[in-house]
Design a protein around this ligand. Structure first.
Ligand code: GLA
Length: 732
């Protein structure tokens, strides 16, 4: 048995979670208050001496019934707080008691240490294959009056500077309460000069890197759209003012959840910082009857002293090993052609067969049939909910078509949007009540479509059975699971009035339940998550689906930013990236084919354009691109990815991939706009072995690893916008 990572010092009442990289320490203080002491770089041996100063502070409340004015929960850094305990900062939890009072007072009750990590029911969560790789501490806090118990769960992983937290609330009393807010975690900091980094965006402009100084008062980063959303990724990093990609302290947080989320960042009256993160309390209320419990989703907390790249390395490795369940997680992903930007809804079987043939000639490995193959769908107005083939487009059926694709030696993928319903559909005729709506009100359409009431089992069964019929044919190798609108008209038809505040979360639980059934039954199918591109790019979805379509914006210049921001958290093997036509369909921009390829090959490569319209030269180039990607695929999808130059800050972008053994590296550098008086710039690589010599496979020149990282090389100069260059180095 390996050494314990979690210890409890009885004498000082201190809990210590430490591995080779980090320590997380907290203690039980006056009034059985669970006080936060430290989270950061590993402390070799904490001796129990850090004492939060005790002074009498005006307007601060003291412990109930106490005469001691020097102890208050108001400013004390705590592990978890609730409304009603004399802490005027934003509480992590709010409970409405049976008598209507919003009071609770959480005190420490007991603890338990478990080897490994218990499986979470109903929610996606991180896991370990070997119980020796993690330890879990469960702290029980209680409110003596309502008899509610809060299990604070902390799992520390041996191999990573990572702690995963979540909370479970149990009603041990005999009265029903309502949970109006339950954050997955709270983290208080003293004396930190932080800046925050978040990933806001929009459809076709996802995950911009935004950095802001903290200010007094409350900053909120959230989604109330029913999904994690392109508008605000469920992520935040707190960084030192001097932190950059390569050095400085970073705390990174990512929520494993796909619904409404809320991040609260508060600087208090004495410049202390509180971070709460979890399910959004917007229109949320959960009825908790006696003996019932409520589980929050979990948060992955990363600490890095090696800047943002250090944080991303931890996220990438951890997600690959401890979040993604799909058995494809370690397999190289097929290069695909998707017919969406090639044909949109306007296709015939014959047209698709031309695409398939051409794709096959170019070396593409999979054909993905996108929207418009089912019901009588020829535009976005109809047929969602009817997952049966459109026999006008496929007279001999879908399976016949899939077999032809297979006959070409290619895999076959299929698009679905299972959470949706169109008014113009058989499903709506049969079950109009499956459409989520508030009785007596006319629901709002979005892209002409509506959301299914997935909180209900019969609705999920209907979707499952329809998909099951197609997937069980054995002819589908890949599924693109799309979701093209956000939730409005929030109401779950089978819930009573006092439980309607549960609808948003029950929708997500319903979705997870459906995904669990489908992805476990069809574990031989590769799933790619999508929500109008990267509108639901979160770790909840990654648990079921190892890939995500990153953005509906396929413009290579826009993609530099989108993929750069995405890489803060997610590994390259999750990031779907396609070469599309120029001028680009979303921006109208003309970008050279080489640059389009270099950006798309920096993710899971695909093509999404009408291949039958390529010129002979373009065909030749694409054929070469595909065979070159096959050579680099393993390095790109499973090597270590480092950001070098941010397209958010400069006219350039650069990044590099390094193989795990540091024997191979690929570096990409881009210049966005050209200049009449070009400024000379250098790209310096990162993550190489400084003591090893590397040979540039194009020029044959030899460089030391240290040379490439410290001196670098000059960037290309060309009288052209949007140029890119890839260099491939091998250790000698
Ligand atoms: C979404 C997806 C696209 C495409 C369309 C089809 O926008 O992100 O890739 O599948 O839906 O309607």
């Amino acid at each position: 048995m390996k050494t314990d990572m979690i210890t409890f010092d009885e004498k000082n009442q201190v809990f210590n979670l430490s591995n080779d990289y980090i320590s997380y320490i907290f203690s039980v203080e006056e009034g059985k208050t669970l006080a936060h002491l430290y989270f950061g770089k590993k402390i070799r041996n904490y001796h129990g001496n850090l004492q939060y100063p005790r002074i009498s502070r005006s307007f601060s409340a003291n412990l109930p019934g106490s005469k001691d004015k020097t102890f208050s929960r108001d400013t004390l850094p705590k592990e978890y707080s609730s409304a009603g305990e004399g802490d005027f900062r934003t509480p992590a939890a709010v409970v409405k008691n049976e008598n209507g009072a919003y009071a609770s007072f959480l005190t420490y009750k007991s603890y338990q240490i478990i080897n490994g990590k218990p499986k979470m029911q109903e929610l996606p969560a991180s896991f370990v294959d070997n119980t020796e790789d993690a330890q879990t501490l469960i702290i029980v806090l209680e409110d003596k009056i309502s008899k509610l118990e809060f299990d604070l769960s902390y799992t520390i992983f041996r191999k990573y500077p990572i702690i995963v937290r979540s909370v479970k609330v149990r009603n041990m009393g005999n009265k029903t309460v309502f949970l109006n807010k339950v954050s997955s975690m709270q983290l208080d900091f003293v004396d930190k000069k932080f800046e925050s980094i978040t990933l806001p965006g929009a459809h076709m402009n996802e995950r911009n890197i935004e950095r802001n100084p903290l200010h007094h008062g409350l900053a909120v980063y959230s989604s109330n759209r029913g999904v994690s959303s392109p508008q605000m990724n469920p992520f935040i990093a707190l960084v030192d003012k001097n932190t950059n990609e390569f050095s400085g302290e970073v705390y990174g947080f990512s929520l494993v959840y796909s619904g409404n989320h809320k991040i609260e960042l508060e600087e208090d009256q004495i410049n202390q910082v509180r971070l709460n993160m979890g399910i959004n309390d917007y229109n949320f209320s959960w009825k908790l009857a006696p003996e019932e419990s409520f589980q929050t989703p979990e948060i992955i907390m990363v600490h890095s002293n090696d800047g943002l790249n250090g944080m991303s390395q931890s996220f990438h490795h951890f997600i690959d090993e401890n979040i993604i369940t799909s058995k494809f997680k370690n397999s190289e992903r097929p290069i695909l052609i998707n017919n969406w930007e090639a044909t949109y809804f306007d296709f015939t079987e014959e047209k698709l067969l031309q695409l398939v043939k051409k794709a096959k000639d170019l070396g593409i490995e999979m054909f993905v049939l996108d929207d418009g193959w089912f019901g009588h769908r020829n535009d976005s107005r109809s047929s969602l909910g009817d997952w049966t083939v459109n026999t006008k487009k496929f007279p001999k059926g879908l399976i016949h078509f899939a077999k032809i694709v297979h006959g070409q030696g290619m895999q076959f993928g299929l698009w679905f949007e299972p959470e949706m319903i169109s008014h113009d559909s058989e499903l709506y005729k049969k079950h109009p009540d499956y459409l989520m709506h508030v009785p007596g009100r006319v629901p709002s359409p979005s892209r002409h479509q509506y959301v299914l009431d997935l909180g209900r089992k019969e609705v999920r069964d209907e979707v499952f059975n329809q998909l099951d019929k197609i997937l069980s044919s054995g002819q589908i190798d890949y599924v693109k699971w799309d979701m093209n609108r956000h939730l409005t008209d929030i109401f779950q038809a089978d819930l009573p009035a006092d439980q309607q505040g549960e609808t948003y979360h029950r929708y997500v639980l319903g979705l997870y339940n459906l995904l669990d059934r489908i992805t476990s039954k069809y574990d031989n199918i590769l799933f790619e998550s999508c929500s109008s591109g990267g509108g639901r790019f979160d770790l909840g979805m990654s648990y079921y689906m190892p890939q995500t379509w990153t953005s509906d914006n396929t413009d290579a210049v826009a993609r530099m930013k989108i993929q750069y921001g995405t890489s803060l958290i997610y590994p390259t093997n999750m990031i779907g990236a396609h070469v599309s036509v120029s001028p680009n369909e979303q921006t109208g921009r003309l970008v050279p084919l080489d640059t389009r390829y270099l950006v798309a090959m920096s993710g899971v490569l695909g093509y999404e354009l009408d291949l039958t319209k390529l010129s002979p030269l373009e065909s030749k180039k694409i054929k070469r691109q595909i065979s070159s990607y096959k050579k680099f695929r393993n390095l790109i999808q499973f090597g270590d990815f480092y950001r070098l130059k941010s397209p958010f800050d400069t006219n350039q972008a650069a990044w590099n991939f390094v193989s795990k053994d540091q024997k191979e590296a690929l570096v990409f550098s881009f210049n966005v706009l050209s200049d009449a008086q070009p400024i000379f710039t250098e790209t310096k690589m990162y993550g190489l072995n400084p003591d090893v010599d590397y040979k540039d496979q194009d020029s044959g020149k030899v460089f030391g690893g240290d040379e490439l990282m410290e001196m670098g090389f000059y960037d290309e100069i060309a009288k052209h916008d949007f140029i890119g260059k890839m260099r491939y180095f091998k250790a000698i």
